[in-house]
Design a protein. Structure first.
Lengths: 501, 481
């Protein structure tokens, strides 16, 4: 095996191996555990940085292993994979820092960080998987490794949320498996290919391919929280804040959305999906999800629940972008994979900060929290404006491309959906911002857990990550035209997907 | 060339006799050393089979029809490897287990070694009468192991097990007698072509039915599963692990052998469909019952009832007219057999540790187990991953192969059963895991257990999980013979 071939494996190992060691560390070895975690995260980032450079210089990084004849395990770090891998690795690094601060002094940290590392390994595997078989393996591993994180607190409510999560994701997994096996039966072993491969089957298979597409999207749609398969997501917010952050920004929902991108562009091929008359229904489902999620978010009084419904809505921007039949829409959708990640993780970090520092969970309790915790609140405000799609933020770029994409293919109704969603986003985020900054703060915070320490409004490790991601939200918006922005990378991907044919 | 075949039967017999002479409760170290030697022999044999293919061995230089013929092929190689890989960690486990809980050790060691000798002989037998003898020896050793626990519950279960297993062997023996009466031979190699060449008489039909039914009874296929949960659930944990992982596989192996080598001319699609239907019923009903259990070991035992069902889906799928579908069905079935053996041994071993620590076999008492015995619970969960058929386990490869066979053949009913079965098994596995994640009930004290008790289960579970990556080797050995 050459060096380039082993790189994808090294990327997986950089979180898998620390995870396995961490499991067997006693609780008290905090320093060693943190070192291992961070060393793994930094190593992963370095490896990815090298591969990013390599892919731009026409290197390819492929690893193959024959499980059975005709059943191959393939990892390939192509441009699309690297987009998702980079996002996961960067946010994993920040979330690990955050989690170290968040879980200080709480029990079962070895177990937590062990599964945390597994979870990232599974996400990276999902990203680099280069056929559906490999994809499915890591997709299911992701379910298994996130379950212990969701039930981490061990309360009745956590266990119940865990059961709901499993019921949804296992059923989705089973549906997905059926679809994948069926497709393997028709097509044999196929790799993800730009422009798709399913089109080679003759027209006598049209009906079958339509059903398979439905199975695949339904299976993936559970994790991507497409309405009506989204029920688990608001429940799962019972998990500790770093887990919610990772779940909503990179790991689970993104794995679903990413899978849909792979299926549409690289298994079926966007043009073939269009000829099968399946793109329009997908767009409609995405549109319904966008509106429904935003509407539900309006009625929530719990901050994390509100954010969870907001995720339901925002992830479907990606799907809508995919379903818009044109390169501009694709750019908007795929770039939102990254943009939504950094914005949503900021919001969850901040929600965790309010909860940990002031014991504030409900939206009505947030009055005046901006004075007590200005930095956290600034980060929260930036991300909230990003979600609304205000200029200079990452969200603006996504929405710009999405609406242009809709315009170009003559789907004006999609623009109305986007506008309505922006208004709804504003309707639930602006009141929160108003409370934060303009309401009077209470005489004293009733359950203040972490007191002001000098210049720091809360634990340092809790404050740094949201500030960094909030800055990234602005940077991705302001410097969108430079060669280092997510947008630039996504444009490369879109070019490839649309010019092959 | 050194030939390991006779030694694989003689050595465990010799160890068993020595252990018996050593006295009650003794012989653990001997079994451990003996098993390492046997595992080495098995590996040598498997390599020989892989390189040179199937072969006969004439005991004492006297082959059939005068003497006894032994026969090894790829299927034998897989089975022999499997039982030794499963038994070796269980021996370590059993030594530690019985040092914590002396009750039930009795003649565990000699009986286990006789059990191994019987299984080795069974897998290598080439005639249906020898198979009967080894089957009987196997059953008696197994019944003895169940009864060794000594208290009333296990004794009742053991007596029921004894009656069922005698009935099964009896039916099988009658079949053998009928075949011998018709054709004048008991050798599989002679009988196979004879059956294919001649008109099938009513007596032969009856023989096939008797033999098949007897073996189904021993394999505990639904609706013959009633004896299994009490017998496996009440025996000491190392015994449960041996029985659930290996002993029922021996009779399944025979069904497979007879089905293809002997009764191939009699086999019809309706019969295969019937076996598949019973398998499907076993999967669904066994899983539902497993979920409803309040005792941990009973839950694991009912899970065995369900998992056996997957093995029988192989028969209708093998009848499919598409060669690739039939091939992947057989491969999937064998992977399921191997993966289930490893995972079930791990699961019973882990359950045994948890029961030992909680003091009583009750799922409700498992609250807090996740912080008390994390490694054991992890082993249980990993074994559960295999049973659920989730990647990257051997169980996943098995289900992938079986489902793709069914999909290719357009058999959507079997696909639905397998998918549903996977979800149901998730329900009962997570029933245990959820309970273990709850905070400990106030006032309940867990007994500390020795670390050496935790590792064998973990090792077995890990092998069953990573098996998926090495399934190519297993299947090529299977096809090589």
């Amino acid at each position: 095996m050459n060096f380039n071939g082993s790189l994808p494996l090294l990327v997986l190992a950089s979180s898998l191996v620390p995870g396995m060691i961490i499991f067997f560390l006693p609780e008290s070895r905090i320093r060693l555990r943190t070192t291992l975690n961070l060393a793994g995260a930094v190593l992963k980032l370095l490896l990815i940085g090298y591969m990013l450079w390599g892919v731009q210089h026409d290197q390819s990084y492929v690893f193959r292993y024959d499980v059975l004849p005709g059943l191959e395990l393939i990892f390939k770090a192509d441009a699309l994979a690297l987009l998702f891998v980079t996002l996961s690795a960067a946010l994993w690094f920040l979330t690990t820092l955050y989690a170290v601060g968040y879980l200080e002094g709480s029990p079962h940290r070895s177990r937590f960080f062990g599964f945390f590392s597994f979870c990232v390994t599974a996400t990276v595997g999902v990203a680099m998987a280069s056929n559906l078989f490999t994809f499915f393996i890591f997709y299911e591993l992701l379910t298994l490794s996130t379950y212990p994180l969701i039930v981490h607190r061990g309360t009745e409510a956590a266990i119940r949320a865990g059961n709901v999560y499993l019921a949804y994701t296992f059923t989705g997994g089973a549906v997905l498996l059926t679809g994948i096996v069926w497709l393997y039966g028709l097509l044999g072993q196929v790799e993800f290919t730009h422009g798709g491969v399913a089109a080679i089957l003759g027209s006598e298979h049209t009906a079958q391919l339509q059903v398979i597409f439905l199975l695949l999207i339904a299976g993936l749609g559970v994790k991507a929280a497409l309405v009506p398969l989204h029920g688990w997501l608001p429940q799962a917010m019972i998990a500790p804040a770093p887990v919610s952050a990772l779940l909503h920004a990179v790991a689970v929902v993104k794995a679903g959305a990413f899978g849909i991108i792979r299926v549409v562009y690289e298994v079926y091929g966007i043009e073939f999906v269009q000829t099968l008359n399946l793109l329009m229904p997908l767009a409609v489902v995405a549109a319904i999800t966008i509106i429904w999620g935003s509407l539900r978010a309006l009625w929530q009084d719990d901050l994390k629940r509100c954010l969870a419904y907001s995720t339901v809505s925002q992830v479907s921007y990606i799907i809508l972008g995919v379903a818009l039949f044109g390169p501009t829409g694709t750019i908007g959708g795929v770039v939102h994979l990254v943009h939504q990640g950094i914005m949503k993780i900021t919001l969850f970090f901040c929600a965790g900060n309010y909860a940990e520092t002031l014991d504030v969970h409900k939206i009505i309790e947030m009055n005046g929290a901006g004075r007590r915790m200005p930095w956290t609140s600034i980060a929260f405000s930036v991300a909230a404006f990003g979600m609304i799609g205000a200029p200079l933020t990452a969200g603006y770029i996504s929405k710009l491309y999405l609406s242009q994409g809709a315009e170009m293919v003559g789907m004006a109704w999609a623009n109305w959906v986007l506008t309505a969603s922006s208004l709804l986003n504003a309707a639930y985020f602006l009141p929160i911002l108003y409370r934060l900054w303009f309401e009077n703060q209470p005489q004293m915070w009733l359950h203040e857990r972490i007191h002001v320490r000098g210049r720091w409004e809360t634990h340092r490790l809790l404050l740094m990550p949201p500030l960094i991601t909030a800055a990234a939200t602005l940077a991705a918006g302001i410097f969108a035209d430079t060669g280092w922005s997510p947008l630039f990378w996504v444009k490369l991907i879109a070019e490839v997907e649309f010019t092959v044919k | 060339m050194f030939d390991p075949i006779p030694w694989l039967i003689l050595l465990p017999l010799a160890w068993g006799c020595l252990a018996f002479l050593a006295g009650v409760g003794r012989g653990g170290r001997l079994a451990f050393a003996g098993l390492i030697i046997q595992l080495a022999l098995t590996i040598v044999l498997a390599r020989q089979i892989a390189m040179e293919g199937a072969r006969h061995y004439a005991v004492g230089g006297w082959g059939a029809p005068l003497g006894i013929d032994l026969y090894v092929d790829g299927l034998t190689g897989v089975m022999l490897l499997l039982i030794h890989v499963v038994t070796l960690p269980l021996v370590v486990y059993a030594r530690a287990y019985f040092s914590c809980q002396a009750e039930g050790v009795g003649y565990f060691w000699p009986l286990t070694l006789f059990l191994l000798a019987a299984m080795n002989a069974l897998f290598m037998s080439a005639d249906i009468f020898n198979i009967y003898v080894t089957l009987e020896l196997l059953s008696l050793a197994a019944v003895g192991l169940v009864a060794a626990a000594g208290s009333a519950g296990p004794i009742a279960a053991a007596v029921r097990y004894l009656l069922v297993t005698l009935l099964g062997s009896g039916a099988y023996l009658m079949g053998v007698a009928l075949l011998y009466g018709t054709y004048g031979s008991v050798s599989l190699t002679v009988l196979g072509p004879l059956l294919a060449a001649t008109e099938i008489s009513a007596a032969v039909f009856l023989a096939a039915m008797l033999m098949l039914t007897g073996l189904l009874l021993k394999t505990a296929l639904f609706p013959f599963h009633f004896w299994l949960p009490p017998a496996h659930g009440s025996a000491p944990a190392p015994v449960s692990a041996l029985l659930s992982a290996l002993v029922i596989k021996a009779s399944f192996y025979l069904i497979l052998r007879l089905w293809f080598d002997l009764f191939a001319p009699l086999v019809t699609i309706p019969v295969a469909q019937l076996l598949g239907g019973l398998g499907a019923a076993a999967i669904l009903w066994g899983s539902v019952l497993a979920f409803m259990q309040v005792r941990l070991k009973m839950l694991v035992a009912y899970s065995t009832v369900a998992q056996i069902g997957y093995l029988f889906l192989l028969f209708p799928l093998m009848m499919l007219p598409i060669p690739e579908a039939a091939e992947s069905a057989l491969q999937g079935g064998m992977m399921q057999l191997v993966a289930h053996a490893l995972a079930k041994a791990a699961m019973f071993a882990a359950a045994g540790v948890m029961v030992l620590s909680a003091g009583k076999d009750d799922i409700a008492l498992l609250s807090g187990m996740s912080s008390h015995l994390p490694l054991t619970l992890f082993a249980f969960a990993l074994a559960g991953v295999t049973l659920m058929g989730l990647p990257p386990s051997g169980g996943f490869i098995a289900k992938w192969l079986l489902i793709s066979s069914a999909v290719n053949g357009g058999q959507w009913g079997w696909v639905a059963v397998m998918i549903l079965g996977g979800l149901l098994s998730a329900a009962y596995v997570f029933k245990v895991l959820c309970q273990a994640f709850l905070p400990p009930v106030a006032g309940v004290k867990f007994k500390p257990v020795r670390r050496v008790l935790e590792w064998p289960a973990f090792l077995l579970a890990l092998i069953s999980l990573l098996l998926g990556f090495r399934s190519g080797e297993i299947l090529s050995l299977l096809g090589g013979g």
